[in-house]
Design a binder for this molecule. Structure first.
Ligand code: SAH
Length: 355
């Protein structure tokens, strides 16, 4: 019998599972706190639980750890990038960033990605599978343990499309913010999507208080379809309608992500289109110099980004340029996993980290 992934269960499910093996309900909260508050994953270390119950727990449940396959530390800005190996030998990336106010972490939601955005390294390595809620959460717990910090912000901007793994991501958010567990307010969480419209509507119904980031990258429908195939299914008018609905329902401002690419989306005409599209919407535009991906020849001159930001400001659009972090450690998402996939595929995966 396959063991139950205990770190993906919410408190109610844990109560049910314990009842099924003849245990009292209150034990669930005790165990939940050990896992999510105290970060103890070995049942034998749960000292206020009887030896008998610990044995039962070991038979029924597993708490899967992630293993550090590689760790890269930026010498410029303290950004740390982890390549984690999952229990089935797949890899995901997690990035820990330091800001004036504390630490923020960028987590992956899938092994690979189906969305095929042209400028993204994750698209090149292809899609393997969804991450379980526990595998998203453990990127945070393991990183905090390794780095000796507590993160104050979480962004779902690593490998994968969060809204393409909707139910696991929602469960992850529930666990992340649970008052008997990790207890992080969703006000400190950003979820980034390429624009899966029906899921944006579904998410708005939950009124979660997180920040929705929408990867727009072009206000020209044909151009967006070229660089982001998802636009062929959910085009710009449909996407903007869903965004307006999201803002109405949640009262939250949306962030539009815009990777500035020379010769693709940063002309004055692009600034005209973008400002016309976003006029009157409660939003903020985050400009990112496109990260170089070696299989593609997209690039941005720093000047290009600043110029585009100025063009938007002139047109009354609230735009900022994202600080580039970890530029010396390939912090662009998907690059490490893609390289590791080639390097480690046939290696013995039982070995330790190579950091
Ligand atoms: N799938 C989600 C989240 C993961 S990508 C999404 O599309 O939003 C996180 C962000 O990084 C997105 O805004 C994505 O468009 C952007 N991105 C991907 N590759 C990039 C690159 N090479 N340079 C700059 N931004 C990139």
């Amino acid at each position: 019998m396959e063991k139950i992934d205990i770190l993906s269960l919410n408190l109610e499910e844990l109560e049910e599972k314990l009842a099924e093996i003849g245990e009292k309900k209150f034990r669930a909260k005790q165990i939940f706190k050990w896992l999510h508050e105290r970060r103890v994953f070995d049942f034998d270390e749960m000292t206020d639980i009887s030896v008998q119950l610990r044995c039962k727990l070991k038979e029924e449940f597993c708490a899967n750890r992630l293993f550090i396959q590689k760790k890269l530390e930026s010498s410029i800005d303290n950004t740390v990038k982890y390549l984690y190996r999952l229990s089935d030998g797949n890899f995901v990336e997690t990035v820990l960033m330091e800001y004036n106010y504390g630490h923020s972490i960028c987590v992956s939601t899938q092994v690979g990605c189906k969305m095929g955005c042209r400028f993204c390294a994750s698209a090149i390595a292809g899609f393997v599978r969804n991450l379980e809620p526990s595998e998203i959460l453990m990127q945070i717990y393991e990183t905090e343990k390794n780095a000796g910090v507590r993160v104050s912000g979480v962004v779902l901007m690593g490998i994968g499309e969060p809204l393409d793994n909707y139910s696991n991501v929602i469960r992850f958010l529930e666990l992340l913010s649970h008052k008997d567990g990790n207890n992080l307010s969703l006000r400190h969480v950003s979820l980034s999507t390429c624009g899966i419209v029906p899921k944006i509507y579904e998410l708005s119904e939950l009124r979660l208080g997180l920040t929705l980031s929408v990867s727009l990258h072009s206000a020209d429908n044909d151009r967006r379809s070229e660089i982001m195939p998802v636009n062929r299914t959910y085009n710009i008018p449909l996407l903007i309608k869903a965004c307006r609905d999201y803002i109405d329902k949640t009262g939250r401002r949306i962030t539009f992500e815009y990777a500035v690419i020379d010769g693709v989306n940063s002309s004055d005409a692009d600034a005209d289109r973008l400002s016309a599209l976003l006029r009157g919407i409660n939003c903020h535009v985050n400009l990112i110099p496109v990260n170089k991906v070696k299989e593609r020849n997209y690039s941005t001159a720093r000047r290009g980004v600043e110029n585009f930001a100025n063009q938007l400001k002139k047109r009354g659009i609230n735009a900022t340029v994202r600080r580039t972090l970890g530029s010396d450690i390939e912090a662009a998402c998907g690059q490490l996993r893609r390289d590791a996939g080639l390097k480690y595929k046939n290696n013995d995966l039982n070995g330790g980290a190579d950091n």
